[in-house]
Design a protein around this ligand. Structure first.
Ligand code: HEC
Length: 137
């Protein structure tokens, strides 16, 4: 008798889990899209004066600086590089994080200073990920 009851309840549980899984996959995709969009906006504001950051706006940036698309295409480890760009030259000269405190007086920003939140990095990486996916299509 027990087993007869258990079978439908396992099926119901599995179905419910399936629904939860479906919803959480959709939620995760939506969250990722939101994060990538946030990263796109941050990149437009803070990176596009040097880099072309968007395939639809190639007029931005300066030609001596590689575009985000070139970086993604050329570098196998682009994910790491976007996640650590703030520590890579030339960025330490103008990027710092909120809460880091002001720059030392003897190390002024060499160009317009950019102050990011630590979580902005995640958004920038999500945007690079979205660009990489678009480039595959
Ligand atoms: C003042 C100009 C300038 C700004 C602003 C700037 N970059 Fe860069 N970035 C450069 C240059 C120049 C290079 C190429 C350095 C080289 O060739 O070694 C570069 C390289 C990179 C690289 C590759 C680094 C490596 O070591 O391979 C990444 C990733 C990157 N930038 C991300 C960003 C992001 C994200 C932003 C905005 C938050 C940004 N950059 C803003 C000038 C800039």
């Amino acid at each position: 008798m027990q087993t007869e009851h258990r079978i439908p309840s396992i099926a119901a549980a599995a179905a419910a889990a399936g629904v939860v899984l479906l919803f959480s996959t959709a939620d995760a995709a939506a969250a990722q899209d939101g994060l990538a969009e946030k990263g796109r906006q941050i990149s437009e504001v803070h990176c596009s004066r040097c880099h072309v950051v968007d395939p639809d706006n190639r007029m931005a940036g300066i030609s001596s600086t590689p575009s985000f698309m070139i970086l993604i295409k050329a570098l196998d480890d682009w994910r790491d590089r976007f996640a650590t760009f703030h520590a890579r030259l030339p960025h330490p000269a103008h990027v710092r994080f909120e809460g880091d405190g002001p720059r030392p007086i003897d190390l002024p920003a060499t160009t317009k200073e950019v102050v990011l939140k630590v979580e902005d990095i995640e958004a920038i990486v999500a945007y690079a990920e979205a660009l990489a996916n678009d480039m595959k299509e």
